[in-house]
Ligand binder design. Sequence first.
Ligand code: SAH
Length: 238
Amino acid sequence: MTHASANVDHAEISKFEQLAARWWDPDSEFKTLHDINPLRLAFIERKVKLAGQQVLDVGCGGGILSEAMALQGAEVTGIDMGEMPLRIAELHTLESGAQVKYQHTSAEALAEEAPASFDMITCMELLEHVPEPASVVRACAQLVRPGGYLFFSTLNRNPKSYLFAVLGAEYLLNMLPKGTHDYARFLRPSELARAVRQAGLVVDEISGLTYNPLTQTYRLNAHNIDVNYLLSCQRPAA
Ligand code: SAH
C-alpha cells in the first residue's frame, strides 16, 4: 500500500452509507452488533479500566461500541470512512448524551498525523471489509501508546463460518442483507495473529463469540473461535 487512503473498498463503504439510518434500530441489519456489544465491552473491561482512557474506535460506524465505552467514562474518538454512519453517530449522541468525538478519516491517515496518541484502540467488525487488513493493524499499532491495549474482532474463514455468517445469517435467517460479507475477506485467527505480530504487537488473548440459535443469544466462548472472535493484544512498553 503506497498511499495511506488507498486501503478502502468504496463498494463496502456504500453498503454502510445506505443502511446507516437504521443503525440504532436493534431489530435492523445491525441487530448482531447490538447483541454482541455488551460482550465486546465485557471482554475489553476484563483488561482495561475504561474511565479516563483515551480510546480510538476504528471503523466506528453508527457508534454502538464508541458510545458504550464513553458511557463507562472513556474519552472516545470514533473514526470511519463512511459519511452517513458518522452523521448517524453524531445525531445519536444528542439522544443518548454520550460524548464521543467523531472524525471522517482512516486509521492509516490518522497514524501519520497523530502517532502514539491513544491509550487503547478498538477495531471491531472492520477488518473483513478492507482490502488490506494488515495495513489497518499496522496503523493501529502506530496509533496506540507503548504499553496500550488493542482489540480486534472479525470473522474466521472456514466452512462453518461460511455456513453461519454468510448462508445462515444472510440467506436463511435474513439477519443481514445479502452481500454483507465477502467470505474471501474473512481472516483466520492465525492470520490476524500474524499481522498483529508483524506490526510489533504481542497477542494477549483470543476468544470466540458463539451464537445459540435456540435462545438467539451470543456469549463469549474461549473454546470456540470457529465463527466470530475477538483478539486482544498489546504494544510492548517502551
Ligand atoms: N465497528 C462498528 C461498526 C462495524 S461496521 C461496530 O462493530 O459496531 C463496519 C464499518 O467500517 C462501517 O461503518 C464502514 O463504513 C467502516 N469502514 C469500512 N472500511 C473502512 C476503512 N477502510 N476505514 C475506516 N472505516 C471503514
